[in-house]
Ligand binder design. Structure first.
Ligand code: ZN
Length: 409
């Protein structure tokens, strides 16, 4: 059954091209990215799913008054399997990011271009590669009249690029009935160029704004002021001790340790001969799931207190973004085992579970207690000008999905 399906997928290049051509031609930008949402592209997808015999398609519209139609569309459809109680869900996102500076593109970002194995256009990789792979698998099963051992669910979501509030987060919260407790989840939206990276965990993420208030004065008489830049530099250097305090390592992650990096620095005074009285800078922290972010914040606060005392400044620490990591998906869970076996069979590479620095939609699923894997064989040209994807990878990924669903034994 699997071999028949894999052979059939090899014949589906023209279907793949037709899907990509249509999907590229319909921009789906969220309002925060200056667009009108995903309705037009979702309507086209719904029609296509239905014409492929993959209906009924459930519409899970998230109300959003900032787009003309008043909602952000999410689509779900299930191809029934022999065991109706379990579903392998493949989740892809409909929205794209803007093309950016169009002069950096060699071609029109909204017209599909092909050069041999390479497709070019906004969205061809992110996330249409994964979406098209899942559609090809569903169509192959239909064409061959194969009933898979468990259900195959396709979930096409909105709003991935600007936070998922109207996308997967909404679906998991408002339509929890869609998912069974033994369901399996694959998010084909990140991975590695050889297909070996199987993402099962992520670090907690925390962004902190540090505002250092001293006293501005003429730089020739520093004793009359409090130099906020010196105090900021002091806090930055003290914060390096966070690496020693929270020093656990986990080889699953790359890099294996938590990271605490000062990043953005806002402008202070405009002229060289003024001693700054106010400095604002930011930390980007990626913390292993073992640690509570509150512990990190408390430690940084203690360091800020010491700087305040020593340098006579006041430091306000404000958390601007915070995401405590969800529990990792167990490496022996069914979805991880199936994807690892399938990757090995189709791509002949040694798959490895990995953790990443943070921030995929899998977290919404993991927090709800589901086992989710983020995987694709992908070149990582997403969000760049001249975004590309590989036809062979798209077909190959459809085969990995097929092997994960139908079983490799
Ligand atoms: Zn994406």
């Amino acid at each position: 059954m699997l071999e028949r399906c894999l052979d059939h997928i090899d014949t589906m290049t023209s279907e793949l091209l037709d899907l990509q051509k249509n999907l590229v031609s319909i921009p789906a930008l969220g309002p925060l990215n200056g667009g009108h949402g995903e309705k037009q592209k979702a309507d086209w997808l719904k029609g296509r799913l239905e014409s492929m015999g993959l209906g009924p398609v459930r519409e899970l519209n998230a109300p959003d008054q900032s787009v003309p139609c008043g909602y952000r569309p999410n689509l779900a459809t299930v191809l029934p399997g022999e065991d109706n109680s379990r579903t392998l869900w493949i989740i892809s996102h409909i929205d794209i990011v803007p093309p950016g500076d169009v002069s950096l593109w060699d071609t029109d970002p909204y017209v599909l271009e092909r050069d041999g194995d390479t497709l070019m256009g906004r969205g061809v990789e992110d996330n249409q590669q994964g979406m098209v792979s899942s559609l090809l698998l569903a169509k192959a099963l239909k064409d061959l009249a194969i009933t898979p051992p468990m259900n195959l669910g396709l979930l096409l979501v909105a709003d991935e690029e600007t936070g998922s509030r109207f996308g997967l987060e909404y679906v998991v919260r408002e339509h929890a009935d869609l998912f069974g407790k033994d369901d399996l989840f694959l998010v084909p939206d990140s991975g590695s160029a050889d297909g070996s990276a199987v993402e099962v965990a992520e670090k907690s993420q925390c962004w902190i704004r540090a505002e250092v208030n001293g006293k501005q004065c003429h730089a020739s008489s520093p004793e009359q002021g409090r130099n906020s830049l010196v105090a900021a530099a002091d806090l930055i250097l003290r914060s390096r001790a966070l690496y020693d305090i929270f020093d656990k390592e986990d080889p699953l992650f790359e890099p294996p340790m938590s990271t605490f990096e000062p990043t953005k620095k806002e402008a202070n005074v405009e002229n060289v001969n003024t001693l700054p009285g106010r400095d604002v800078f930011y930390f980007d922290c990626r913390v292993l799931p073992d640690y509570d972010l509150d512990e990190v914040l408390a430690e940084l606060r203690r360091m800020a207190d010491a700087v305040e005392k020593e340098r006579g400044v006041r430091i306000v620490l404000e958390v601007t973004q915070r995401e405590q990591a969800a529990s990792p998906t167990p490496q022996d869970s069914d979805i991880v085992v199936r994807i690892m076996k399938a990757v090995q069979k189709i791509y002949q590479v040694q798959p490895r579970p990995v953790g990443i620095g943070g921030g995929t939609v899998a977290a919404f699923l993991r927090r709800a207690g589901h086992h989710a894997v983020v995987w694709a064989k992908i070149e990582h040209t997403a969000h760049q000008p001249n975004e590309t994807s590989s036809i062979q990878n798209t077909l190959g990924d459809a085969k990995v999905m097929a092997a994960a669903l139908l079983g490799t034994d």
